[in-house]
Design a protein around this ligand. Structure first.
Ligand SMILES: [Zn+2]
Ligand SMILES: [Zn+2]
Length: 266
């Protein structure tokens, strides 16, 4: 059995009494491992796991999509020492308009809480689940623009969020791609996932797509997503309503929400 539960998203569903916040956290259960992907902004993921009767005590490994605090903030509520896999840039202090927007914990504090595994290369967490780590920009329209500044080895520079990454799960129906915010660009992530896994068909994509403006990038993204023939598209977290409306004109999309369960057939 393979299953993903959305422990935290911006959205909730009527009659589902779980919490939401503008952040993201997924619990992934495979036959081999239980993986927490991102921690949201606060302790909402812990509260929702309790409400949904999901035990976080037997999580085997945690993974960070990137360093922004709507994905790392909830780390302060984590209590079990397990491996934490992420790109090294997730750990650096990050500021936007004078506000701290990076991880609330610095590397020494993270090493006290977790067994830290830093990587810029793809890592297979199980036979079928891969953490992509650093994603190359494969489409011109997804060229990165800075979001604030990051401090690496004492030097501040514009932050291109090079750490932004995703998980990829191989199923018999094709790949399932699980994203955080897709600062790397959702099309580049999808294309890189195909290259790393050697699988061409994408069964589904769930997570933040970072589509917040009605511009050429959105139009081109929709065109690429259409050509990928993805069976299930679940854009959430950092995709605004106007972008979803535009996507829905030519793509079949689903709404994501805290408490959503996606079962992967295998
Ligand atoms: Zn982000
Ligand atoms: Zn985010």
């Amino acid at each position: 059995m393979k299953r993903l539960t959305v422990l935290c998203d911006n959205n909730t569903k009527i009659d589902h009494y779980v919490y939401a916040e503008p952040a993201l956290s997924f619990l992934i259960e495979t036959d081999e491992k239980k993986i927490l992907f991102d921690f949201g902004y606060s302790g909402v993921y812990v509260k929702n796991a309790e409400i949904l009767n999901l035990d976080l005590n037997d999580v085997d490994v945690c993974v960070l999509s990137h360093g922004h605090n709507d994905h790392t903030g909830g780390m302060v509520h984590w209590t079990k020492k397990v491996p934490l896999v992420c790109h090294p840039d997730c750990l650096h202090e990050t500021v936007y308009d004078g506000l701290q927007i990076g991880s609330p914990l610095r590397e020494t504090e993270i090493r006290e809480k977790f067994e830290l595994h830093l990587t810029k290369e793809p890592v297979w967490m199980t036979e079928n689940l891969c953490f992509l780590s650093e994603i190359p920009t494969l489409y011109d329209f997804e060229k990165r623009s800075p979001i604030g500044q990051k401090c690496c080895d004492g030097v501040w520079s514009d932050d291109l969020v090079m750490e932004d990454s995703a998980l990829v799960l191989k199923t018999e129906q094709g790949l399932w791609i699980l994203t955080g915010c897709s600062h790397a660009g959702i099309c580049s992530i999808a294309q890189y996932a195909k290259t790393v896994t050697g699988v061409d068909q994408i069964a589904g994509i769930i997570g933040g797509f970072h589509l917040l403006e009605q511009n050429e990038k959105l139009t081109k993204t929709i065109k690429v997503l259409k050509s990928l023939d993805v069976h299930r598209l679940i854009p959430m977290h950092c995709v605004n309503l106007a972008s979803k409306i535009e996507m829905a004109k030519s793509l079949q999309i689903e709404e994501g929400y805290s408490g959503m369960i996606v079962e992967f057939e295998n």
